[in-house]
Design a protein. Structure first.
Length: 721
């Protein structure tokens, strides 16, 4: 079955992806970038990822634009970077270093050739020593600690990436834009008008750079890339809570509570009780909270069930590789580096803050809006209680300005393509202010207001956030960090509740849900640390409180994983997996590209296959094909050696945005079947290539006798050389 073929393909591709990510984000920076300032593994992983993603999203687009980017370029770039660090950071003589490397390399090779058994014995001995050292360090608490982390993370990954392992169909219409962009990046075209310019190029360039090592089909890559950025999101939550609350030898398991919420509970059908539902309402109820008015759905609105946005959108978007979701993975770590800089005034944290900020701008600037609303309260609070010196403040502002400029270099595309930027659901308020974009319709006076129906749990999050922020009044111990957690949550909640408070819709609720999920996770993890661990378990069990906490988390994890329902088990999920195109078509496009020579074939189908085949073959829309070619003619001037005709036996109901011909899709498919029948009765070079219940794919062998002779002649000449 085709599902089994896709699973096999994606499994092998995932192995290549993980190896590529290991090389790019761990091995290369460990060998190239300075590491002596890092004193633990979590910092090494996080810092190296941030540095590498900054190189990729901020610098590499310029080399792609110059058309010199590729695997060989990457080798030259990182070797040159290593030499620059040696010369200017470590103050070493580069010539002497290269000479030593040459001598050591030649010596090791000669020793290995002279006595290969000794080399193998030494390798085995070193490996055994490392394993022995690892076992000695791994206590029962360590096994439980990392076991819980691995199980939660892998299960949370599974329920999101499952879609990409059973189907190559794009989960959202936007993905097809990035299929196109990913394919033109392979020929060093940074952007063009078809790719949706002007648009942030950081996301496509990030995926493309990883793919330089993995060498995967673009469609395959985009369907499994969530494995990487979701892992980074989960690791970020783990890292931030661990760094916030582990100090002076104290341990905490609070990060596992946050991961259970963010990774399993919130992306599930029961999350309606946490996120609430968004209703389209013309006349909302008004509650006066002096001096504010609070708008909320009436009982009639709730009965009418005029729901506009549900939490399933939050789950579904994170099964895709879309720039907004990739950029949101850097939201929490950016805020953490801000907190650490405000605490310590160290340049290291300012650098990491600036890098992560520039990365967000480069991948999707829309994330900067909730980031600003969360960062500003923390920054103002720091100014109020920490009395930041003017010199430090000036340095901070200068670095942030530089990050903003570097991260927004993609705006230079406007000089090439003279049209306005559509921000859409990422920032409808800005589209209103700039008077551009389709999101203006949301502000028409006659339109419905998008109002949140708050639940008791989200109100509990609001109260908890204000309580944590209130702890900042007592400046001692962890008060600054606790208050920062509360203020971050208040910032994202303000955007979520903005229409309820009478403000314009700043960010669409469907996009804001990821930041509400961050708020839930941060606040829940913080409260677990304060109430359960610090005030209860530590008071009762003292030195063994951490072990008891881990056991408690293990029990909670088992119940959470066992009892939490999953979207992947619902009819809604199964319906949406193949909503845009049939599952067979993208897999057939992949097989065609794998078997046939580039640009030797043309695929006749609807528009979804065009971005999948660009830069590798030709594509023709079905309606254009029917108008251009008469099947009864003997001499058909097809544009390539092979023609693949994709026929839908049950035409899709999907309505492509702006696609004029979709309204007659059923009629066109009937005509395409008639065309195949007439052509087959007049020609003997067509045959059925693939058949399923839903689709048929025909192949036309357009090679003439003369073209075959010319091909043989070229092959003989190449052999003669």
């Amino acid at each position: 079955m085709i599902e089994n073929e896709i699973i096999k393909l994606q499994t092998v591709s995932t192995f290549k992806l993980i190896v590529s990510a290991y090389l790019l984000f761990h091995w290369i920076p460990k060998k190239v970038l300075p590491q002596e300032y890092i004193d633990n593994s979590p910092d090494r992983i996080m810092f190296n990822i941030i540095h590498m993603v900054a190189f990729i999203t901020l610098i590499f687009p310029l080399f792609i634009y110059m058309k010199i980017f590729g695997v060989m370029f990457l080798f030259i770039f990182f070797i040159s970077l290593k030499l620059l660090f040696l010369k200017y950071y470590f103050k070493k003589d580069v010539a002497v270093y290269l000479q030593n490397v040459y001598i050591y390399t030649v010596t090791d090779i000669l020793k290995t050739l002279e006595n290969p058994k000794m080399y193998l014995s030494s390798f085995k001995s070193n490996a055994a020593d490392r394993i022995r050292s690892f076992k000695l360090q791994m206590t029962s608490n360590g096994v439980l600690y990392w076991g819980i982390f691995s199980v939660i993370m892998l299960y949370a990954l599974y329920i999101r990436v499952y879609r990409g392992y059973i189907s190559l169909v794009g989960a959202a219409p936007d993905m097809y834009q990035f299929y196109y962009w990913g394919n033109i990046l392979k020929v060093n075209i940074l952007f063009d008008k078809t790719a949706g310019a002007p648009y942030m190029w950081g996301g496509p360039v990030l995926v493309h750079t990883v793919n330089q090592f993995a060498n995967l089909n673009t469609v395959v890559m985009y369907n499994i890339f969530p494995v990487l950025f979701l892992f980074f999101m989960f690791f970020t939550i783990f890292y931030v809570l661990r760094k916030l609350f582990e100090s002076e030898g104290q341990k905490t398991a609070s990060m596992f509570v946050a991961l259970l919420l963010f990774g399993i509970i919130l992306p599930s059908p029961i999350s309606e009780k946490l996120f609430g539902l968004i209703y389209g309402i013309v006349k909302p109820e008004i509650l006066q909270l002096f001096p504010f008015s609070f708008y909320y759905p009436s009982a009639l609105d709730l009965q009418a069930k005029n729901v506009v946005t549900t939490p399933s959108v939050f789950f579904w978007r994170f099964t895709t590789t879309l720039p907004y979701e990739i950029a949101s993975a850097f939201f929490l770590i950016n805020l953490y580096f801000l907190i650490r800089f405000l605490e310590s005034k160290k340049n290291l944290y300012l650098l990491l803050y600036a890098e992560s900020l520039a990365i967000i701008f480069s991948i999707h600037g829309g994330v900067a809006i909730p980031l600003l609303c969360s960062s500003l309260p923390v920054f103002i609070y720091a100014l109020a209680v920490r009395k930041m010196e003017l010199k430090v403040l000036t340095r901070f502002i200068a670095v942030v300005a530089a990050a903003g400029i570097l991260g927004n270099l993609w705006l230079l595309q406007i000089m090439v393509y003279k049209f306005t930027i559509g921000l859409g659901a990422a920032a409808p308020l800005l589209e209103k202010l700039f008077k551009t974009g389709s999101a203006l319709k949301a502000f028409e006076p006659a339109g419905a207001l998008l109002i949140l129906a708050p639940t008791s749990l989200i109100l509990a999050l609001v109260i908890s956030s204000f309580v944590l922020a209130f702890t900042g009044i007592f400046p001692k111990g962890l008060s600054f960090r606790l208050a920062s957690v509360g203020l971050i949550s208040i910032g994202v909640l303000f955007i979520y509740f903005a229409p309820n408070l009478g403000f314009p819709r700043i960010v669409d609720h469907s996009r804001q849900m990821v930041f509400i999920a961050y708020a839930y996770s941060l606040v829940a993890g913080t409260l677990y640390y304060l109430i359960v661990e610090k005030w209860f378990l530590k008071a009762l069990f003292k030195n063994v409180y951490f072990t008891i906490s881990l056991i408690l988390i293990l029990i909670i994890s088992i119940f959470t994983i066992s009892l939490t329902p999953r979207w992947i088990d619902t009819e809604l999920f199964r319906k949406n997996v193949h909503d845009i195109e049939y599952k067979e078509f993208p897999f057939l496009v992949y097989k065609i590209g794998d078997v046939f020579q580039p640009f030797s074939y043309t695929i006749v189908s609807y528009v979804q296959e065009f971005p999948q085949v660009i830069s590798k073959g030709y594509h023709m829309n079905t309606q254009d094909f029917l108008q251009m070619y008469d099947p009864s003619e003997k001499d058909m001037k097809f544009p390539s050696e092979y023609i693949f005709v994709f026929v839908e036996n049950a035409p899709k109901e999907y309505q492509g945005l702006g696609e004029y011909w979709y309204r007659w899709r059923r009629d066109i498919m009937l005509k395409l079947k008639d065309w195949v029948g007439v052509y087959a009765s007049n020609h003997d070079n067509i045959k059925l290539w693939y058949r399923s219940r839903w689709v048929d794919a025909y192949i036309i062998d357009n090679r003439t006798h003369e073209s075959l002779l010319l091909k043989q002649q070229r092959e003989f000449k190449e052999i003669g050389r």
